[in-house]
Design a protein around this ligand. Structure first.
Ligand code: GRF
Length: 222
């Protein structure tokens, strides 16, 4: 019987602006055979981003697109979409991508643009999420993987992971504790998407917020 096991791997395009440690976690999960996906291209708006070096080291096409060379966010996103399409991408991952994306990208990949954010959304969206959490005085923090919508860190939540906030934490300590969980959560979520288990439910009539339903995994054949 054919099924998810025989399905082609998920074709990922990963957008980064900096270190790319989440990209590395995805590349590692793929190379260990834990994530049935292929990273087809890595795109950065920062030519010197370490994430591009990580892509090259993994023999993944690395594309630098300088957003300052484009007249508008939409024009930049058109170039991004073109590069993603040229590599056959079906799912886009924003992994430390420090640009606001427009409907040009979102409409090209409906419910297939995923972001990872270092807070338990809807708390502390935007920049310096860890600093926001410390200043607020929360006792737990964490990370969220969500589908991207037109807002900033507002899209339907797929999964979250929690870490404690310790009395002596500074931003760097909390950042590192959260990041370790990000590196587990992001590949796990992409694995669920690869198995087509992640769906956005919209109840337009009820004017309800779209929410994600995750269907159960396949049991191993007995
Ligand atoms: C991560 O904390 C991620 O949640 C946020 O940006 C950071 C990117 O880190 N969106 P890296 O580039 O993956 O190391």
């Amino acid at each position: 019987m054919s099924g998810a096991v025989d399905a082609p791997p998920l074709v990922l395009g990963v957008l980064v602006s900096g270190s790319g440690s989440n990209l590395q976690a995805v590349l590692d999960a793929v190379s260990r055979g834990e994530l049935r996906a292929k990273v087809a291209v890595v795109i950065s708006n920062v030519a010197s981003a370490k994430g591009l070096d990580r892509a090259r080291a993994a023999r993944v096409p690395a594309v630098a697109l300088d957003h300052k060379a484009y007249g508008s966010r939409e024009a930049f996103d058109e170039a991004v979409v073109e590069a993603l399409r040229a590599h056959g991408v079906t799912c886009v991952v924003l992994a430390g991508f420090m640009r606001i994306v427009t409907p040009v990208l979102l409409d090209a990949f409906p419910d297939r643009v995923v972001n990872i954010h270092p807070s338990l959304l809807p708390a502390f969206p935007g920049v310096d999420a860890q600093g926001q959490a410390l200043r607020y005085g929360v006792r737990v923090a964490g990370c969220t993987v969500h589908f991207v919508d037109a807002g900033t860190d507002t899209g339907p939540i797929i999964a979250q992971a929690v870490v404690p906030v310790n009395e002596e934490d500074d931003v760097e300590a909390l950042r590192a504790r959260i990041l370790a969980r990000e590196h587990e959560l992001l590949p796990a979520v992409l694995g669920w998407i690869a198995e087509d288990r992640v769906h956005v439910e919209r109840d337009v009539a009820a004017n309800a917020r779209p929410r994600v339903r995750i269907s159960p995994g396949r049991r191993p054949a007995s």
